[in-house]
Design a protein around this ligand. Structure first.
Ligand SMILES: Cc1cc2nc3c(=O)[nH]c(=O)nc-3n(C[C@H](O)[C@H](O)[C@H](O)COP(=O)(O)OP(=O)(O)OC[C@H]3O[C@@H](n4cnc5c(N)ncnc54)[C@H](O)[C@@H]3O)c2cc1C
Length: 399
């Protein structure tokens, strides 16, 4: 295995790093003002990204992107992850990145014209609505939202939450039960639902750790009251919702994990800077304390080890597909999330009270990234699935 980036990738990474430092990080000071207030500046930066030929790094060239491999996009994702605004600036932010992939792979030409094209152009945003407050999201086949075919339309009734970025999104990909009598994994389908459809109710942005957020930086609660969309809005085949969801998650994990490593590196930089500049007494620096030195050393080793595991996973997916890499995919999800949260916590601690203020980006990471151990499958679910497969290899029966 050779993870050394090619000369062209190295040049791209250097370009992206410089761009992020010069044009994106300065916008962070505006984060407390909220997404809508920041939007004009973000749009301006997005236009510059396009001019620089770096828009949609993960999207195939035929759809107007850079066509990077998963491995190369992973490396770029780390650079972008150093700031909460990096992925948005380059058009590869969640949840749109996953939705783009679904529409590219499974969308009809009509769906691609109506939903994919404006999404690729950054003219609209989208959301993905699967989790329901009434049911355990870690058991994804258990949901109540129903879609019933009535003539030439799907009529949807149900309740979702944690629909990230639904505030201001033009449409949501909604997971709904269409075939209640089918086998558990064939009951649900994905349906494209414009948010201005009568019966689509954006109830609220859910307050999270003291902040409800807005726009792309929020998680919404949504209700569907007899929400009627054309039958042609079915995405992929009927009853294939879970299969599509799986396809969406494989590469998505690499994107998330590399973004988390970017957060690690930014926090690590801040921790080291603080260690060499903060004096505990005249001439006596924080970095001279053994505990701080241990945090720095542990963090360095943990970040580097996590990166190698993620790159190996991307390499395996690029070569043999997501199914062959599923144990690795499970491992990187919980392992990298854990590393990130430990590093962010240490960086915050080293900053003392200043670490809790909005004057440093660490507090933003601390508030907004705790969910990493929960979304896309909680730690415990991945660990349990991985351990069961390992034990099956030792002859244990699967339960
Ligand atoms: C920041 C954030 C963004 C999100 N964005 C979206 C989105 O855009 N669209 C969307 O549809 N959903 C989204 N979600 C929802 C997310 O997918 C669910 O929260 C997740 O699937 C877990 O479901 P749950 O919250 O219902 O927890 P539950 O399923 O109720 O689980 C609660 C806890 O029980 C434990 N647990 C669960 N199963 C097991 C097990 N098998 N073994 C041991 N312990 C277990 C775990 O500790 C888990 O944290 C988001 C969540 C967060 C936090």
């Amino acid at each position: 295995m050779d993870f050394a980036p090619s000369a062209s990738t190295q040049a791209l990474l250097a370009r992206v790093r410089a761009f992020v430092r010069e044009h994106v990080m300065p916008l962070e000071a505006g984060l407390p003002r909220g997404f809508w207030a920041l939007s004009p500046e973000l749009d301006h930066v997005r236009a510059r990204v396009r001019e620089a030929g770096m828009w949609l790094p993960q999207v195939p060239r035929e759809h107007g992107g850079m066509g990077l491999s998963l491995l190369d996009h992973g490396l770029l994702s780390e650079e972008l992850g150093r700031t909460p605004l990096g992925h948005y600036a380059f058009g590869c932010q969640a949840p749109d990145a996953g939705n783009l992939e679904l529409l590219q792979e499974f969308g009809t030409p009509e769906q691609q014209a109506s939903f994919l094209r404006p999404l690729l152009d950054g003219k609209i945003r989208s959301a993905f609505a699967m989790t329901e407050p009434e049911h355990a999201g870690s058991n994804p086949v258990w949901m109540s939202t129903r879609a019933v075919l009535d003539g030439d339309a799907w009529v949807i009734d149900g309740h979702k939450w944690f629909t990230t970025a639904v505030d201001g999104a033009a449409f949501a990909i909604v997971m709904a039960i269409t075939d209640p009598d089918a086998a558990a994994h064939e009951r649900a389908s994905m349906i494209l639902v414009p948010t201005d459809t009568p019966g689509f109710e954006h109830v609220r942005n859910i307050p999270i750790m003291g902040e409800a957020g807005e726009g792309w930086m929020s998680h919404g609660e949504v209700r569907f009251h007899g929400c009627r969309v054309p039958a042609g809005n079915l995405l992929g085949a009927r009853g294939r919702g879970f299969a599509l969801a799986q396809a969406r998650l494989g590469p998505g994990r690499i994107h998330h994990c590399m973004r988390w490593l970017g957060i690690c590196e930014r926090s690590f930089d801040a921790m080291c800077q603080r260690a060499i500049t903060r004096e505990l007494a005249p001439g006596k620096f924080l970095g001279e304390q053994q505990t701080v030195q241990e945090w720095i050393a542990e963090s360095r080793a943990e970040i580097d080890a996590a990166r190698l595991l993620v790159l190996r996973t991307a390499w395996e997916i690029d070569r043999n597909g997501a199914k062959a890499a599923r144990d690795l995919i499970a491992s990187i999800k919980f392992h990298t999330a854990g590393v990130m949260l430990r590093v962010v916590d240490r960086a915050l601690q080293v900053h003392g009270a200043a670490g809790m203020t909005d004057d440093v980006v660490i507090s933003h990471f601390y508030r907004h990234e705790r969910g990493a151990r929960i979304y896309d499958g909680p730690d415990e679910v991945h660990k349990s699935a991985l351990a069961k497969r390992i034990l099956a290899g030792y002859g244990a029966s699967r339960s």
